[in-house]
Write a protein that binds this ligand. Structure first.
Ligand code: UDP
Length: 251
């Protein structure tokens, strides 16, 4: 990738900022240190989180690409910046669950920690004003965000991401409990994995640690006030780095 010059701010979300560049087919994403939970009711600055999530995401996007799963990622730019392809993001949070935890256990009579085989696919309408509600197939169809083929492709991509990430994380001693991805349409109309893949968006439990909060290496440390959030993300990056080649760098 050739060097880019930063342009105007296109979008600011809770954890990232997206900027135009001097190349129309490249946008720059800055990962922020801001942490939010519970629809932004809980907020904090966690110094170093942005860099850790960017470094983890870059390697996981490259892992997905090596496994034939298309993503928006192009290259790492610097510590907490990456270059990606511009996308039209589909406002659906695509969640895959391998183990019951979190909101699932608040909405259904299922014990936290129950294995889910086959994994459960849950779709949520991404809109804070509505509180990101769970979607039914009929509601998703009614929203007319995706054709029937594209809805099937979304499910297929989510399950392919799960298969790839679950086995990768298991090899580095981490249980992938669940995760959220977002998909976008590229300029060519291809549905690809966008946003980020990090301990902010994946539940990861240390397989070496027994059934206690010490095993939690993800954003639940922040949600549950367990402390050691940045340290936990650092441990995830250390293991991811040990199993992945260095990411592509923008020259
Ligand atoms: N998740 C996310 N962003 C959201 C909601 C959920 O990244 O806005 C992730 C969350 O970190 C977890 C998975 O999606 O890995 C499933 O989250 P869940 O539905 O259990 O919601 P939560 O318990 O986090 O409210």
């Amino acid at each position: 990738m050739t060097a880019t010059t930063l342009g105007s701010l296109l979008y600011e979300g809770k954890a990232k900022r997206v900027f135009a560049t001097d190349q129309s087919d490249v946008v720059a994403v800055e990962y922020k240190d801001d942490a939010t939970a519970f629809n932004a009711l809980k907020k904090a600055q966690l110094v170093g989180k942005g860099e850790l999530n960017c470094q983890i995401s870059a390697r996981l996007f490259e892992l997905l690409e090596r496994n034939g799963i298309p993503t928006h990622y192009r290259a790492l730019q610097k510590a907490n910046w990456m270059l990606v392809r511009p996308m039209r993001i589909v406002p659906v949070e695509v969640v895959v669950r391998n183990t019951a935890f979190g909101s699932l256990c608040k909405q259904m009579p299922i014990e936290p920690g129950t294995p889910l085989d086959p994994p459960l696919l849950d779709l949520y309408y991404k809109d804070d004003a509505y509180g990101d509600p769970l979607l039914t197939d009929a509601r998703l169809e009614r929203l007319a965000l995706l054709s029937a083929d594209q809805r099937r492709e979304m499910g297929r991509l989510a399950m392919a991401v799960n298969t790839c990430l679950r086995s990768f994380f298991a090899d580095i001693g981490l249980q992938l409990v669940d995760f959220k991805i977002e998909l976008g349409f590229s300029a060519e109309g291809e549905l690809v994995v966008a946003d980020e893949i990090s301990p902010d968006t994946c539940r990861l439990w240390d397989l070496k640690v027994g059934d206690s909060s010490d095993r939690i290496l993800d954003k639940d440390r922040f949600r549950q006030d367990l402390g050691g959030v940045v340290e936990a993300y650092g441990e995830v990056l250390k293991r991811v780095q040990g199993a992945c080649p260095p990411p592509r760098l923008c020259k």
